[in-house]
Design a protein around this ligand. Sequence first.
Ligand code: ATR
Length: 263
Amino acid sequence: MHNAAFDHLGLNWRYLAFDVHPDNLRGALRGICDLNFVGVNLTVPHKLLAFKMVDSTDKEAQLLGAVNTVVVEDHKLTGFNTDGYGFKRAVREEFGMELRGRRVLILGAGGAGRALAVQCAVEGAAAIFIVNRTHSKAVSAVAEIRKLVPHTFAVAMPMELKHIAKHLNEVDLVVNATSLGLRPGDPPPLARFPRQCKWLRVYDTIYRPAETRFLAAARKAGAQTANGLSMLLHQGARSFEIWTGRRAPVAVMRRALHKAVYG
Ligand code: ATR
């Protein structure tokens, strides 16, 4: 999507992928300075490590303690985080919905789940329910959110239907931020939705397959559903704008991304 955007704007730039072992991250980041890179994206497992290695960070990266975008300038590295922005934009685009004032149930309290929960809190969500297999991680995510955005209503819940079911009738948005659904045999993180739940929006951060078992169950129950491709697109578009200072050609990037992912 980035190369399509560079071509579209006539920029003689290239976006390349490098597989870097975590032990070599520091060297790789110094290397991009020496090689005159404009910047890089970082993904799992580098986002937390990179936060400690860059020279400065923006507000979003500080909130999440994680960096997914780096800019190189005068041999100095600045870290940004565009994941929360990507999520906010995706929810707006897919469901015509702002997070402000909404009640959100997030499945997963790993890196992705925490990032989404923090974004919901920053945006002023009315309630945030965090569900995780390892309950202690949901509890610490809630504590962290309350520290970052005091007065946020946030609750940690175990990943059991009896705990989740009673909240499903009163939330606006359910998000899967677990890795369940990435592999073909995975059970869905949540398989049962209220019947005729037309009010419910259900988002899966997974985008391959295009419809996970989780999204299929939600759709059959009547919910509006969307997958994580829009979040991937918008975090990328924001990174593009940070690097280039130009408005991202989102439609061009969307087409290229769709083609790359689904053929
Ligand atoms: P990411 O950065 O993508 O969020 P992660 O930090 O490894 O990756 O988090 C993976 C998430 O998927 C966690 O919420 C994890 O639950 P645990 O914290 O209990 O590990 C969740 N997850 C992974 N496999 C799971 C499974 N089989 N059942 C339930 N949750 C699972």
